[in-house]
Design a protein around this ligand. Structure first.
Ligand SMILES: *[C@@H]1O[C@H](CO)[C@@H](O)[C@H](O)[C@H]1NC(C)=O
Ligand SMILES: *[C@@H]1O[C@H](CO)[C@@H](O)[C@H](O)[C@H]1NC(C)=O
Ligand SMILES: *[C@@H]1O[C@H](CO)[C@@H](O)[C@H](O)[C@H]1NC(C)=O
Ligand SMILES: *[C@@H]1O[C@H](CO)[C@@H](O)[C@H](O)[C@H]1NC(C)=O
Ligand SMILES: *[C@@H]1O[C@H](CO)[C@@H](O)[C@H](O)[C@H]1NC(C)=O
Ligand SMILES: *[C@@H]1O[C@H](CO)[C@@H](O)[C@H](O)[C@H]1NC(C)=O
Length: 477
């Protein structure tokens, strides 16, 4: 008990002050679906299960000790009642029970009784097997979900044994003696097997990555920030949900804010995604110096009547063609600050504080600075799901240009502002074309999301969905 308390306190102190930016909620509907799929899977597996040889010793009062071995045991028939599973608050886990399992087994038997060796085949029916298992969910120091067996209880109602062949007739009178020991043997094997499955599951969980590289620049950290929270109707996992630049791994100057995902018991699962997650990605790119671009004349469509050269800029900056006649120009575009997203009911907003530095390219290749413009823009967008895809649209709300510094004297920014607006409109239209096509919702190897709905709330996006297991090859492990 004491070690458990200390571990819990340590886990709490590790996570002090860190709010999860991603919350995953499994509802009872999701739990029941998972159980139903799992039960079907077990039923399929049972058909092909093979048992190791079972050996034992039976004391028969009049004869003394009888050694026996059962070999090649296979299941001939199995009545596998659908188990029940529920969220179990007492253990912060699940309670699974199954009652009334009946199995018919067949195989070979061998006995040593002193010098007498006998063998033959057998049929064994096992009735009314009840199993109850309670598992606890937790979190290890690295933020993996952990699962441990808290209790397991197995009962076997009755067994019926038939022996055939060899000298089985010898044993017919004492068959009753076998029943008890065989029942105990079976009963004694159930819980260690259940516990072994849980240990195997735990080692799978330990081997799972809690950090994923999403591209060459960003990695996503998804460890649990705290212990799983369970009540009678749901399981809530809080995940860190923070992107880092692979290059800098710098911590952003802002933190995840707490949020509560609205209850959606009609869906199997809900996911809450804080604006912090998106902003940490934005900061990751920014801190790695990736939010900048160099624009030169070769990138301007040849047909355009405006080009990146000093004469073409005459209508916007009258003195430029006189000071630097006939020179090509470069534009260095960059974010002055981290672009920040904010989620508001029904809308995603983005503030972009950018700057453009303009250079003239001298004949000898030297870049002469001309001026610097601050470009501040605000966008608002919508996101939704349709046809199994996440789609969006974006609009520019305003764009303000101010002259931050100039080596060519002052000039009015109105005209060049019009140009910038025009260029932005083209870019936004291109972006909307992509957003309108959408991206596929995350899909696992063996399951897909269906009936997905999405709502933008204050500070987070709430996604609720059902899942559907794909049974392409009849099994999935
Ligand atoms: C975990 O991550 C490492 C390195 O990022 C990768 O090599 C490994 O394949 C990943 N394991 C799984 C199970 O995804
Ligand atoms: C269970 O917890 C969720 C939050 O995780 C809450 O919305 C819900 O009301 C709780 N249900 C019960 C029955 O306490
Ligand atoms: C413009 O930039 C591209 C890519 O950075 C480069 O390939 C091209 O040569 C440049 N053009 C001029 C005219 O500098
Ligand atoms: C500058 O651009 C104009 C088009 O706006 C073009 O006619 C002219 O040839 C270009 N000058 C240079 C030096 O590239
Ligand atoms: C390149 O040319 C410019 C203008 O003619 C001149 O001011 C500058 O000193 C030159 N730079 C070099 C490295 O020759
Ligand atoms: C953009 O518009 C919003 C309201 O429409 C205003 O609050 C904000 O100051 C504007 N931003 C700029 C950079 O002009």
């Amino acid at each position: 008990m004491l070690p458990a308390v200390i571990t819990a306190l340590m886990l709490l102190s590790f996570t002090h002050g860190e709010n999860p930016a991603v919350q995953v909620i499994l509802t009872n509907k999701g739990l029941q679906y998972g159980k139903h799929v799992g039960a079907g899977w077990i039923q399929d597996k049972l058909a092909s299960v093979t048992f190791p040889d079972i050996s034992g010793k039976i004391r028969i009062s009049i004869f003394g000790n009888l050694d026996y071995t059962l070999t090649g045991v296979t299941i001939t028939k199995c009545d596998f009642p659908e188990p029940s599973v529920e969220f179990y608050q007492d253990a912060t886990g699940f309670k699974t029970s199954m009652s009334g399992l009946c199995v018919a087994l067949t195989g070979g038997w061998m006995t040593h009784f002193g010098l007498i060796h006998c063998s033959g085949s057998f049929n064994l029916a096992v009735f009314s097997v009840d199993v109850t298992s309670v598992v606890e969910l937790g979190r290890d120091a690295d933020g993996h979900l952990s699962v441990t067996s808290v209790s397991c209880d197995a009962q076997v109602g009755d067994v019926d044994l038939q022996l055939y062949g060899g000298t089985s007739w010898i044993f017919q009178p004492v068959l009753g003696y076998f029943k008890g020991p065989i029942r105990d043997e079976i009963k004694g094997r159930i819980c260690p097997n259940v516990e072994e499955i849980i240990v195997r599951l735990e080692s799978h969980l330990q081997a799972m990555n809690v950090s994923f590289d999403v591209d060459h620049d960003l990695t996503l950290d998804l460890p649990l920030t705290g212990l799983p929270v369970i009540n009678s109707s749901s399981l809530n996992l809080g995940l860190k949900g923070e992107f880092y630049s692979i290059k800098t791994h710098a911590e952003p100057p802002f933190e995840a804010q707490p949020f509560t995902v609205p209850k959606q018991p009609g869906y199997m699962l809900s996911v809450g995604l804080s604006e912090f997650t998106l902003n940490s990605a934005s900061y990751g790119y920014y801190s790695a110096g990736l939010l900048q671009a160099l624009i030169n004349d070769s990138m301007i469509p040849p047909g355009s009547h405006i080009h990146l050269n000093t004469s073409s800029m005459g209508p916007f900056i009258p003195q430029l063609p006189d000071m630097f006649p006939g020179l090509l120009m470069n534009l260095q575009v960059y974010a002055r600050e981290v672009p920040l997203f904010s989620f508001q009911p029904g809308a995603v907003k983005l503030g972009l504080l950018g700057a453009v530095k303009a250079f003239a390219i001298q004949a000898n290749g030297t870049q002469t600075p001309l001026f610097k413009l601050n470009v501040d823009s605000a966008f608002s967008g919508k996101v939704w799901t349709a046809d199994g895809k996440l789609k969006g649209s974006m609009a520019m709300n305003n764009l303000t240009l101010t002259l931050a510094s100039s080596e060519v004297g002052t000039f009015k920014t109105d005209a060049i502002g019009g140009l910038a607006r025009m260029a932005s409109t083209v870019l936004v239209a291109k972006l909307n074309e992509k957003l309108g096509k959408g991206v596929d919702l995350p899909r696992m190897k063996h399951a897909e999301l269906v009936n997905t709905v999405l709502a933008v709330e204050e500070g987070f996006i709430a996604i609720s969905s059902d899942a559907q297991v794909l049974q392409t090859d009849g099994h999935f492990n």
